[in-house]
Write a protein of this length. Structure first.
Length: 413
C-alpha cells in the first residue's frame, strides 16, 4: 500500500532529521548551563508562537485543494498565499519593533532577537508550503532531503559557533536564522521553477484562503499554549534552570512525534484522495488504519519512556540529571496529540475548521489553569500532568465534533 511505503520513507527521514538535534544534545548540555538552555528553549517557543499568527496554518489550503484544483488554480492560490504572508509578516514585524523600544528582554530573550522572529516565521512558512507540495506529489525522498538538510545546516552552524567561538545559546539562534534563510531561498526557487507561483492578487481566492486560515489562528495559538506555556510557568514559578532540565526531558518525550508525524505526512494526501469518493468500503479502510495507528502510538510512548530512562544518565551532563522523570508523561501526552491529529483532517475536509479554534481554546484554557495549580502543588512534574490532560480534552472534543458532522463507522466496522 502506497501510504505505508511513503510512511516508511517519511519515518526514515524524520528519524534522521530528529537524530541530529539528539546527537547535539550532549554537546549543548555540556557547553550550556541549564539557565542558558532554558533561554534557548523559550526563544524556540517564541518562534512557534509567532508562526501561528504570521502563518495561520495557511499551508492547509494547499493540502485541502491540491487534488481538487488544476495546476493553474493551485499556482494562483499559492501566489495569493505569498501576498497574505508578506502582509502578516509586515504587521507583526512593526509590532515587534515597538516592543524593542520598550523592553530590553522578553521572557529572558533579548528583544533584538524577538524583533526578527516574524521574518523567521515567514521563511519557515514558505519552506512549509514547498514541503506540503512535495508531500502531495508523493515525492517522499525529496521531501526527506529538504527536511534533513535544513536541520543539518542549523546544527553545523550551531556546533561551529558553540565550540569554536563559545557563542552560548546564540549559537543555535544563529543556526536557525541561517538555515531558515537558506531554505527560504531554495523553496522560493523550487516553487517558481516548477510553476507553482502566479503572483497575482485575486480577491475571491484570497477570501477563500482567509476563510479557512483565520479560524486556525486561535487553533494554532491554543495548541502552542498547550505544548509550550508550561516553560513560561516553570520559569516564573520554579526557575530558569528547571526550564532547561524540563525541556531536555520534553525533547525525549516528543520522540513520539517522529512516528506520528511520519505516518500523518503520508496519511494526509491518501486520506483526502480516499474521501473524494466516500463509499462505505473507503470509510471502513480509513477506520481500520486509524485504530492500528492509535494502538501503535501508545506502544511507542511506553518504549520511548523506558529507553530514555536507561540512556539519559549516559548522554547528558550531570547538571541535567532528573530530566528522565518527565519523559513518560510527555510521551503519553504526545500520543494523545497524535490521536487528535488524525481527526483534524476531517474538519478541514468538511470546512468546519472554526470548531478547531473552539476546541483548542477550551483545552488551552484548561492547560493554563492546570499548569498554575499543578506546578504549585506538584512542582515541575505538574506541567507534564497538565499537558496530558489538556491533550485529552482537545482530542475528545474534536472526535465528538467529527463524529457528529461526518459519520464514520468507528463502532461498527
Amino acid at each position: 500500500m502506497q501510504v505505508i511505503k511513503s510512511s516508511v520513507i517519511y519515518l526514515g527521514s524524520s528519524i534522521l532529521n530528529k537524530a541530529i538535534p539528539f546527537l547535539l544534545l550532549p554537546i549543548l548540555t555540556k557547553y550550556l548551563s541549564p539557565e542558558e538552555y532554558g533561554v534557548l528553549s523559550i526563544f524556540q517557543l517564541m518562534i512557534s508562537f509567532f508562526i501561528a499568527f504570521v502563518g495561520m496554518a495557511i499551508h492547509t489550503n494547499v493540502s485541502k485543494n491540491f487534488f481538487k484544483y488544476t495546476k493553474k488554480q493551485t499556482s494562483l492560490m499559492i501566489g495569493n498565499i505569498l501576498i497574505i504572508l508578506l502582509l502578516t509578516t509586515l504587521l507583526y514585524f512593526i509590532i515587534t519593533l515597538g516592543m524593542v523600544f520598550f523592553c530590553e528582554e522578553i521572557f529572558s530573550v533579548p528583544s533584538n532577537w524577538v524583533a526578527i522572529i516574524p521574518i523567521l516565521s515567514l521563511m519557515f512558512m514558505i519552506n512549509t508550503i514547498n514541503l506540503t507540495i512535495l508531500r502531495n506529489q508523493d515525492k517522499a525522498v525529496l521531501f526527506g532531503i529538504y527536511e534533513i538538510a535544513n536541520t543539518a545546516v542549523n546544527m553545523c552552524v550551531t556546533i561551529l559557533l558553540l565550540l569554536m567561538y563559545h557563542y552560548s545559546w546564540y549559537s543555535q539562534a544563529v543556526g536557525i536564522t541561517i538555515a531558515y534563510t537558506l531554505f527560504f531561498i531554495i523553496s522560493l526557487f523550487h516553487l517558481r521553477k516548477n510553476g507553482f507561483i502566479i503572483l497575482k492578487y485575486n480577491r475571491a481566492e484570497a477570501k477563500k484562503i482567509l476563510k479557512l486560515s483565520i479560524p486556525l489562528i486561535p487553533h494554532a495559538v491554543g495548541g502552542i499554549i498547550i505544548t509550550l506555556s508550561d516553560r513560561f510557568f516553570i520559569e516564573k514559578m520554579v526557575g530558569l534552570e528547571m526550564v532547561g532540565i524540563y525541556s531536555v526531558g520534553y525533547m525525549f518525550g516528543m520522540v513520539v512525534i517522529l512516528f506520528t508525524d511520519a505516518f500523518l505526512k503520508a496519511w494526509s494526501p491518501w486520506f483526502y484522495k480516499l474521501l473524494s469518493n466516500t463509499d462505505n468500503l473507503n470509510k471502513i479502510k480509513i477506520v481500520k488504519y486509524t485504530y492500528l495507528y492509535i494502538l501503535a502510538t501508545f506502544i511507542i510512548a511506553f518504549v520511548i519512556s523506558i529507553f530514555a530512562k536507561l540512556i539519559i544518565p549516559y548522554v547528558l551532563d550531570a547538571r541535567y540529571l532528573g530530566a528522565e522523570i518527565y519523559v513518560f508523561w510527555i510521551a503519553i501526552g504526545y500520543s494523545v496529540q497524535g490521536v487528535y491529529k488524525i481527526f483534524f483532517p476531517y474538519l478541514v475536509h468538511i470546512s468546519k475548521t472554526s470548531f478547531l479554534a473552539v476546541s483548542t481554546v477550551i483545552a488551552a484554557g484548561v492547560n493554563l489553569i492546570l499548569n498554575y495549580f499543578f506546578i504549585r502543588e506538584f512542582g515541575t512534574i505538574g506541567a507534564a500532568y497538565s499537558t496530558v490532560l489538556s491533550f485529552i480534552v482537545s482530542a475528545s472534543l474534536v472526535f465528538w465534533y467529527q463524529n457528529k458532522h461526518f459519520k464514520m463507522p468507528w463502532f461498527y466496522i
